[in-house]
Design a protein around this ligand. Structure first.
Ligand code: MN
Length: 149
């Protein structure tokens, strides 16, 4: 059984809010592949720590503090996806791997990656640079094609 941390939960709760407009424990359990009791326990923990407000029949809503952290997590995720795509990873793998990377590498390394992405984006020839690198990978058979769904 996988255990998930606070950040994984906040990220999924944020996504559900975004996708569905409401958050149900059952959907959280499904997305994180954890048991319902694990979800209940984490909801209690998140609520005790002031990240969310939980009403038994009213659902889950973010507090200001929870919203701020969730947004930071999402920002990190988006930038990691972008970094992985810059180095030739396809969208689907980039999405999956970003979620693994974001919690397991040190904050210092994450910051370096994020600065790198910002730097690349600020280059005057950013687009060309990316295209050239793609060509380079392609010539070596290293460019991953999108997987068929
Ligand atoms: Mn993620």
């Amino acid at each position: 059984m996988t255990t998930r941390n606070v950040e994984d939960y906040l990220e999924v709760i944020w996504d559900l809010q975004d996708e569905k407009g409401y958050i149900k424990a059952k959907d959280i359990a499904y997305k994180l592949e954890v048991t319902r009791p694990s979800v209940s326990e984490m909801i209690r923990k998140l609520s005790e720590n002031g990240y969310i407000v939980y009403e038994k029949y009213g659902g889950i809503i973010f507090t200001g503090k929870g919203k701020k952290l969730a947004q930071e997590i999402k920002k990190r995720h988006t930038l990691l996806v972008e970094f992985l795509k810059i180095i030739g990873v396809d969208e689907q793998n980039a999405q999956q791997d970003a979620c693994k990377l974001e919690h397991d590498i040190s904050p210092k390394t994450i910051n370096c990656l994020l600065e790198f992405v910002e730097f690349i984006n600020l280059l005057p020839e950013s687009f060309k640079w990316r295209e050239n690198f793609k060509k380079y990978l392609e010539e070596r058979g290293l460019l991953h094609k999108e997987r068929k769904k």
